[in-house]
Every structure is written in structure tokens, then in C-alpha cells.
Design a protein around this ligand. Structure first.
Ligand SMILES: [Zn+2]
Length: 219
């Protein structure tokens, strides 16, 4: 976009902070200075482990302004957050996972859910993060069953049962022998990521690593 039009757009729709929605100052990009100081960033050594993936890294904890921002991204059409989230994720992946993966993919929505929402937020996230990493995200998983959203379920056992058998490997030939990085928006119990990892390992993947934008504490 030319400088003139982007200035005009900024004038008509002044950019707001992705997290707290305050208007941004000229020297701020995506995130305001206050949020940079106060957002619940995880420590560099933070890691979540799962049954079928070796490690899950995430730049943020899922609470307060992070939670409301992610909900706008997932359910209110704030797809323009993908760039900001992708940069946060890419920095976290570079710093904490290095280049220990061959392929980047994401946790897909079912086609029915995607149609209803109009977009697949984890695909947008993986694509934005991959772009920052100088890579591309490839579709390696498909969700065959439109199971209820994990966010509506409580106990870990229920979450695990809800995702069991609903994903399928999209392209076993590409998956075979590879180290795969799966990207998702939020990791709670890790049940979804673990099930996706199980499917990829069954299809011949060597190892599965995960990265989420945000993780719940404890869970
Ligand atoms: Zn802010």
C-alpha cells in the first residue's frame, strides 16, 4: 500500500494495541509500551510437555488482556492480529526451539467450523509465524469430525475424549521421517496438540514439537 493511503487509513482508523485496545503512539507497533511491560510473558525456560509431543513453547500465558485479545481473534473477526501474534510466536520459536523442525503445520478446524467462522485462525497464525521465520506452513492435518470446541469442556479427561480420532494425516508421504512443528492459538491441557502429534507420529513423523501463542497456567 502506498504511504499516502496507509496514512489516510491510520487517520480514519487509528491503530490500536492488539491486547488492551488503547490507541497506539507513533513509535509503537501492534503492542503499546504499557502492554510490553505488563503482559503475562512466560519465562524463556517455560515448557509444557505432552504425551505425544516432546515440548510445547509459548510466549504468553492465557489470561487477562491476552485472553480477551485471543477471543477477538478467534470469534470476532480480528484476523489482523495474526501479524502481531505471528511475530511473537516466531521470536519464541527462534529463541526456544531453534531449527529443530523440518515442517510447520497447524491444528485445523473442521470444514464446517471454518465455513461458519469464515477463517481458520490457527492457519492464519501458522502462516504469519512461518513468514516471520522465512518459511511456509503446510497442511498436514485434517479435522474430519466437527467435535464441540475444547473451550466449552472442563475436565482433562473430557477434553482428551473429545478430540480422540477426529484428526487425520493429510499427506503421509511428506510427513514420513520429519520433525514437525505444530502451531495452535491456545494450549490448555495440551489434549488437542497431543492428539494431533499422535496422528502425525502414526503417519511416520520422527518427532513432534509444538508452539502456542498462549498457554494456561498449571494445566
Ligand atoms: Zn496495550
Amino acid at each position: 500500500m502506498s504511504g499516502f493511503f496507509s496514512k489516510l487509513l491510520d487517520l480514519l482508523f487509528p491503530p490500536r494495541c492488539t491486547f488492551c485496545r488503547r490507541f497506539l503512539k507513533k513509535d509503537e507497533k501492534h503492542i503499546c509500551a504499557r502492554c510490553m511491560k505488563t503482559l503475562p510473558f512466560t519465562s524463556a525456560s517455560y515448557k509444557k510437555k505432552g504425551e505425544f509431543f516432546s515440548v510445547c513453547v509459548a510466549p504468553l500465558f492465557y489470561r487477562d488482556d491476552v485472553r480477551s485479545s485471543v477471543l477477538r481473534f478467534k470469534f470476532k473477526g480480528a484476523t489482523n492480529y495474526a501479524g502481531c501474534y505471528g511475530k511473537l510466536l516466531a521470536d519464541c520459536i527462534k529463541e526456544r526451539l531453534g531449527e529443530r523442525y523440518d515442517l510447520i503445520t497447524w491444528v485445523p478446524l473442521s470444514s464446517a467450523r471454518k465455513k461458519k467462522r469464515g477463517y481458520d485462525q490457527a492457519f492464519l497464525l501458522a502462516t504469519a509465524a512461518a513468514l516471520e521465520l522465512g518459511d511456509v506452513a503446510v497442511e498436514l492435518l485434517r479435522k474430519m469430525v466437527d467435535s464441540p470446541a475444547q473451550s466449552g469442556l472442563g475436565a482433562a479427561e473430557k477434553r482428551k475424549a473429545n478430540v480422540s480420532g477426529v484428526y487425520e494425516a493429510a499427506d503421509p508421504d511428506i510427513i514420513n521421517g520429519k520433525n514437525i512443528l505444530i502451531i495452535d492459538d491456545v494450549a490448555t491441557t495440551g489434549a488437542t496438540l497431543s492428539e494431533c502429534a499422535r496422528v502425525l507420529l502414526t503417519a511416520g513423523a520422527k518427532k513432534v514439537l509444538c508452539a502456542a501463542l498462549a498457554v494456561t497456567e498449571g494445566g
